[in-house]
Design a protein around this ligand. Structure first.
Ligand code: C2E
Ligand code: CA
Ligand code: CA
Length: 533
């Protein structure tokens, strides 16, 4: 499980390393959106505040004129009007008329030609009203700011919307951008640039957009530029960002690799560990339930790290099998077994040593030659060897598999079905493979509690194994109740924590010798234990 976890970790690290590159576009888009929105906002505010200033200025002038003129259209009034127009930046004209539009007087003694472009609109918080008009020949629309005076008379000041006609350049939005001023009722007053593309935009043509109000006036400004055009202006930055992100990615990837290399991820240097003999065989005794004698052992590997840590096989066995490293690993284990148990096996010719194989060994086929090369001429007889194959990943009944089994049988070794009952194959099928020993998985043994009278699945497995003529080894026996239950049903051999866990070679030999001594009190075999220690 742990090795799978470390794979995922490595993959994740590698993927994370590329995030900067993937993120560049996204980040740059976001950056452009924010920066350009600011720019657009600024230019629209510049326009609306200019309009607001012009109107405020005119309102103030108009109020001063009325305050300083006791009656309208007198020479004092006209003088006051002219003085205000001169000192005002934008005010062009002042006109006195009645409700029907009959003109009484103006600043210059002329007729004022104008035509309204909107109705008269109130300015919240003011007594003045505002009307959009076309004033004389002026191309720029003007605002007519009107104050009612006495009964039926109106005094109005005329102010062009802006001092100057804005251009695409002056707004800073470029030729594809647009800026416009609207009445708050939606009527367009003034437009610069391409407002059509903006109005006809679809979900696929994104615009950077901003709006602003001209203070309390019923006027609003809008500006927008196509996002794509704005984004294109940042291509230099894009190259720079990508370059930096590339460097960051490379850095991260390097760090991830360093991390994996230094980390204790067990999977990573398994190959080196095998070569350095760090994968050690531990031996779990198999006991005869009738006599209490040692009938053999199962070889279970452990990774003994240089730092003293011992890693159980669950952390790396999957990885070893997937990568094929289980083949050299088993080779190394068998060599160590030959050195560890040679003398013991010679002394106790009846004991069996069980070695775990995996399905890859049966595909590869070289296992038969390897067994022959390692144990041929050694103190361990081929007949003392049992090879376990798990039922969890069943073997195919192929020519290759059968020739490996036949090869091991020909040497005199035996084949055991490990974890029996957990896989999908039925036991009868196993018999056709030529299985000699059935190892009942500990989940079935676990079903036997202190007061259990019957476990149908376990009983069934035992009966079937007997019927097939196979020897039975029960795995994971932890309690006396379990041992007694199994013995009562004719199961002769068992391994489990009730007897011993997998032991280091020294401890295992000591135990083997102790059991041997109780059985053969007079045999002098102390030398073996000594040499093992
Ligand atoms: P397995 O072949 O079924 O080995 C039995 C496992 O049960 C061992 O775990 C053993 O320590 C544990 N065990 C023994 N008695 C008891 C008990 O009374 N109670 C409980 N709860 N557990 C008990 P281990 O050593 O961690 O091995 C785990 C698995 O790793 C083995 O299961 C086997 O499939 C695999 N393995 C171990 N060594 C090798 C090897 O050299 N080659 C291959 N291919 N697989 C191996
Ligand atoms: Ca096993
Ligand atoms: Ca097992």
């Amino acid at each position: 499980m742990k090795s799978r976890y470390s794979h995922i970790l490595m993959l994740l690290g590698a993927l994370l390393a590329f995030i900067p590159i993937i993120a560049v576009d996204y980040l740059l888009d976001a950056y452009v959106r924010v920066t350009e929105k600011n720019k657009v906002q600024q230019s629209v505010v510049a326009v609306t505040s200019q309009v607001e200033l012009g109107v405020d200025d005119a309102i103030a002038s108009l109020r001063r004129i009325l305050a300083e003129s006791p009656s309208l259209c007198t020479p004092t009034f006209v003088a006051n009007v002219q003085r205000e127009i001169e000192s005002s930046l934008n005010m062009k004209q002042v006109l006195v008329e009645n409700v029907d539009g009959v003109q009484y007087c103006d600043a210059f003694g002329l007729t004022v030609t104008y035509s309204p472009l909107s109705g008269s609109l109130p300015i919240p918080g003011h007594t003045e009203t505002i009307t959009l008009v076309k004033l004389g020949d002026l191309a720029m629309p003007a605002l007519k700011i009107t104050q009612v005076f006495g009964q039926g008379r109106r005094v109005s000041a005329f102010v062009p919307l802006l001092g100057q006609m804005p251009t695409a350049q002056s707004t800073g939005l470029g030729p594809s951008g647009m800026m416009r001023v609207l009445l708050t009722n939606g009527a367009q007053v003034l437009t610069v640039g391409d407002s059509q593309s903006f109005d006809n935009r679809t979900t696929r043509t994104e615009f950077v957009y901003a709006q602003a109000f001209a203070g309390e006036l019923p006027l609003r400004g809008e500006a927008a530029i196509p996002f794509a055009i704005a984004r294109a202006g940042y291509s230099d930055l894009d190259v720079g960002f990508t370059l930096v992100a590339g460097l960051m990615s490379a850095g991260l990837l390097f760090m991830a690799l360093q991390y994996v290399r230094r980390s204790r991820v067990p999977a990573f240097d398994l190959e080196r560990a095998i070569a350095h003999g760090e994968i050690k065989p531990y031996y779990q005794p198999v006991i005869n339930l009738r006599t209490g004698e040692l009938v053999g052992c199962e070889v279970l590997c452990r990774w003994e790290k240089k730092n003293g840590k011992v890693i159980p096989p669950g952390a790396f066995i999957d990885y070893a099998e997937v990568t094929g490293l289980a083949i050299p690993m088993t080779l190394s284990l068998m060599q160590q077994v030959r050195a560890d148990l040679g003398e013991l096996c010679q002394l106790m010719p009846e004991i069996k040593v069980s070695i775990n194989l995996f399905e890859g060994h049966f595909r590869d086929g070289s296992i038969v030659e390897d067994v022959q090369a390692i144990f041929g001429g050694s103190l361990i007889d081929f007949r003392q060897l049992v090879f376990e194959i798990t039922e969890r990943r069943p073997l195919e009944n192929s020519v290759q598999v059968n020739s490996v089994i036949a090869g091991l049988h020909a040497l005199g070794s035996r084949l055991a079905m490990d974890d029996a009952g957990t896989g999908h194959s039925n036991l009868a099928y196993l018999a056709t493979l030529g299985v000699d020993v059935i190892k009942i998985d500990r989940i079935f043994v676990d079903m036997v509690k202190a007061d259990t009278k019957q476990v149908p699945v376990l009983d069934g497995l035992i009966t079937m194994s007997h019927d097939l003529g196979c020897e039975i080894v029960a795995e994971g026996v932890e309690t006396e109740a379990q041992a007694l239950y199994l013995r009562a049903r004719g199961v002769l051999h068992a391994q489990g924590f009730i007897f011993a866990p997998a032991l280091k070679v020294g401890a295992f030999k000591e135990l083997a010798m102790a059991l041997h001594a109780t059985k053969n009190p007079r045999s002098g075999v102390d030398g073996i234990v000594d040499s093992a220690a």
